[in-house]
Design a protein around this ligand. Structure first.
Ligand code: ADP
Ligand code: MG
Length: 247
């Protein structure tokens, strides 16, 4: 093997060993100020469920944006599903994102359309045949508990229902990874639990799930891997972890 081939092989091995999401010494500096992320190394295996917690401003959303390729790292490497995101060309980004589902705190639905259309839209942009859309959308809406709400306009729904629509939309293309940035931030405790239980179920069906949250009670009850960030670095990473209190 040439040196270059050896170096490729080492990198491939690192990805294999470190899973579906892999950050190597990643930093992100916005144009002004100190690094939002400062030298993070993190591997997430296929099929894992991981909570990301930490104070406001600790870099959680920046991390999610790096994984989505909404941002690129200032230094270090980000690998997602085997792609080196730095090397991904602009025209390759849509295809890359097909394998990622994303949910945000503020739902981000199309508020002039009904529930069915919001989910079907995600399938149309990836050119799913109409016959499959008619089959997939009802089935995913049933899974999130919205079987009776196809025709409702999203703004007529409660927050919990809106987040279920967002979740259905994120899942309908059957992504390998689901990223959720404070998905329960606008929800009451009952709806928060229902959304987290759905995320858990999705994970048990094989999807890798990464959830940013401030919900201490849920984190402490679910006994998942918990990655804690502070000022752009990971200060703790525990299986069956707990929400760490700031002193
Ligand atoms: P968190 O999601 O944990 O609250 P963020 O990733 O949003 O943290 O932010 C981390 C740091 O980066 C904060 O200091 C924040 O002010 C800064 N930051 C986030 N987005 C931008 C941006 N677009 N431009 C400049 N600074 C930003
Ligand atoms: Mg955030």
């Amino acid at each position: 093997m040439t040196k270059k081939e050896q170096s490729w092989r080492r990198r491939e091995q690192f990805i294999e060993d470190n899973g579906i999401i892999c950050l190597q010494n990643v930093s992100k500096v916005y144009s002004k100020g100190s690094p939002a992320i400062n030298g993070i190394t993190l591997g997430i295996g296929r099929g894992e469920f991981v909570f990301i917690v930490g104070d406001s401003g600790s870099g959680k959303s920046t991390l999610i944006k790096l994984l989505l390729r909404e941002l690129t790292a200032t230094s270090g490497h980000v690998f997602v599903m085997g792609s080196d995101l730095e090397k991904l060309k602009h025209r390759q980004v849509p295809k890359f994102r097909r394998n990622l589902g994303v949910v945000f705190q503020d739902f981000r639905l199309l508020n002039d359309r009904n529930v069915y259309e919001n989910v079907a839209f995600a399938q149309r942009i990836v050119e799913t045949p109409a016959i499959e859309i008619r089959r997939n959308v009802p089935s995913i809406l049933a899974m999130v508990g919205l079987a009776g709400k196809y025709k409702a306009k999203t703004k007529q729904l409660s927050g919990g229902e809106q987040q279920r629509v967002a979740l259905a939309r994120a899942l309908v293309n059957n992504p390998s990874i689901l990223l959720a940035d404070e998905p329960t931030g606008n929800l009451d405790p009952k709806n928060s639990w229902e959304i987290m239980n759905l995320l858990d179920e999705i994970n048990r069906n094989g999807t890798t799930v990464v959830v940013v949250t401030h919900n201490r009670e849920i984190v402490n009850s679910m006994h998942k891997r918990v990655v804690t960030m502070k000022k752009g670095v990971i200060i703790s990473d525990e299986e069956g972890g707990e929400y760490i209190d700031e002193d």
